[in-house]
Ligand binder design. Structure first.
Ligand code: GRF
Length: 216
């Protein structure tokens, strides 16, 4: 499975994919990492992993749609079977994303449909939630609103701050993303007409990552 990653910043989720592949645990070929930020550390991580690293600056384009068209034209050159948004911090134009239905996933740090958008850790704490988590979902025109494939749950602990929670969750996100991409690479998961399908059957609720890193 040919995979292209989009990332805006640190790139730890990209690194988790690259490391799992290096260890022979992920049957994918990482074709490229593209970023909307020239200074994104993710670009360096990609170069160091021997993956094509490309930056495209939104300010070089007249509007959002033309940037997104140019970005996805570059993505298409790598002929990916899967595009992973891993810390990609821009909303993508609905007309640009539409033809990619079922081929783009995103990792989001909340138990969707709770807390789409930003500041998810602070919002979970403010709401007094006892459990927080992360989701991997197919990307549709709706922000953080596409069908959820898999989630990981994380209990809150006394004294948690948005920062401590984010740090604890990030480690689990890496396991979640790797396990979900593995299912996609094995062609066990796809987006059907009525939502996510696992082994040909409709998924009634998102898969959940267990403590051993398996999705159930
Ligand atoms: C992660 O928390 C991811 O869920 C969110 O952005 C963060 C990206 O982290 N969408 P990294 O750049 O992969 O380290």
């Amino acid at each position: 499975m040919r995979v292209v990653v989009l990332a805006s910043g640190r790139g730890s989720n990209f690194a988790a994919l690259a490391e799992a592949k290096r260890r022979g645990e992920l049957p994918i070929s990482l074709r490229a990492l593209l970023s909307d930020k020239r200074t994104a550390p993710a670009l360096l991580l990609a170069e160091n992993a021997g993956v094509a690293a490309i930056a495209l600056a939104p300010r070089d384009f007249p509007d959002r749609a033309s940037f997104d068209r140019a970005l996805f034209a570059r993505v298409a050159k790598f002929e990916p079977d899967l595009v992973v948004l891993a810390g990609y911090m821009r909303v993508i134009d609905p007309d640009v994303i539409e033809p990619w239905r079922g081929k783009v996933i995103n990792i989001h740090p909340s138990l969707l449909p709770k807390y789409p958008g930003l500041h998810t850790h602070a919002r979970a704490l403010e709401a007094g939630d006892t459990v927080h988590g992360a989701s991997v979902h197919f990307v549709t025109a709706q922000l953080d609103g596409g069908p959820v494939i898999a989630q990981v749950e994380l209990p809150l602990i006394a004294g948690d701050t948005p920062e401590s929670l984010a740090a604890r969750l990030l480690h689990r996100e890496h396991g979640l993303l790797v396990a979900t991409v593995r299912l996609l690479a094995q062609r066990r998961v796809r987006l059907g007409a009525n939502g996510v399908e696992l082994d040909g059957a409709s998924l009634q609720q998102p898969l959940l990552l267990d403590d051993r890193g398996q999705l159930r």
